[in-house]
Write a protein of this length. Structure first.
Length: 279
């Protein structure tokens, strides 16, 4: 007799095993083909039913921007449904965003005002040879690198139009302009971001909103695990200036585009690459 049977008895053991199987199935079953479906699923229940999800994935979803952090889900019972997990996921993300806003307000010493600036910086850059790339691999990168820019920009523009002023800065990628092995999905998505930048800049030219794209070159940062072990930066070596770029140099360019002195700059693709590429 196992230790589980000794403690719970054979009957209770089956219940525990059943709950474990159900939990695994619920977690797997909540995976959706389309992110838009999660809102409809979450609306099926009034609350999360005691389920809590601590998101810790990448970017802003990671506590203190720790790339080694992992997510957590607790509170699952035999009554937990896919809808409860979906609602818990949305609540967890909302709480994470709230925490970031509170942190920003604490650092600034005052409350944040209306939405005026959007920087689309999320990116997925894993290395996969084209012949080995599945459609799922392709979609995963497109959704993060391109679809996310569409969704955030659409929401931000609604708010910015109310004030007749705003700034959207999209982060591009050098590989989109010079190509890269094993990154067909990344190259495609990042070049599409350039196209979206130009289209929106033209469409919203009379609203006081400017939309530009900043393309970093070889920057001295630690690449996350999503970049893959086979990744080689498309510039291959230090640029003509003889060094890697500093993240602050990219941030300063973004900051300059947010100033009123940049009112006449829109629809542009601005490279910060130390001379690695001339547009």
């Amino acid at each position: 007799m196992s230790s589980l049977e000794e403690k719970l008895g054979p009957g209770h053991q089956q219940i525990v095993i059943g709950l474990l199987i159900f939990a695994a199935g619920a977690l797997w079953g909540v995976m959706l083909a389309n992110a838009d479906e999660i809102n409809l699923l979450a609306d099926e229940v009034e609350n999360s039913g005691g389920v809590m999800i601590v998101p810790a994935f990448t970017g802003w979803g990671t506590p203190h921007w720790d790339p080694m952090a992992r997510g957590l889900i607790i509170g699952i019972t035999r009554d937990t449904s896919r809808a409860h997990i979906a609602r818990a996921a949305l609540e967890g993300i909302a709480l994470s965003v709230t925490a970031l806003v509170q942190l920003a307000e604490k650092s600034l010493g005052h409350q944040l005002g209306e939405l005026a600036v959007l920087v689309n910086n999320a990116s997925q850059r894993n290395f996969i040879k084209f012949e080995d790339m599945s459609y799922q691999d392709w979609q995963k990168v497109i959704k993060i690198n391109l679809d996310a820019v569409f969704l955030t920009s659409k929401s931000a523009l609604i708010e910015m139009k109310k004030n007749n002023w705003g700034r959207i800065i999209n982060l591009g990628g050098l590989s989109a302009h010079i190509g890269a092995i094993g990154r067909a999905h990344v190259v495609t998505s990042k070049l599409a971001v350039v196209g979206l930048t130009r289209a929106l800049a033209t469409e919203y030219a009379d609203t006081g909103i400017t939309i530009n794209c900043v393309v970093p070159g070889l920057i001295d940062t630690v690449r996350g695990a999503s970049a893959g072990t086979g990744l080689v930066h498309p510039s291959h070596s230090n640029p003509p200036l003889g060094r890697k770029g500093n993240p602050i140099e990219v941030a300063k360019m973004i900051s300059n585009l947010c100033n009123e002195s940049s009112d006449f700059i829109t629809g542009q693709t601005i490279h910060v690459n130390g001379g690695s590429y001339f547009s």
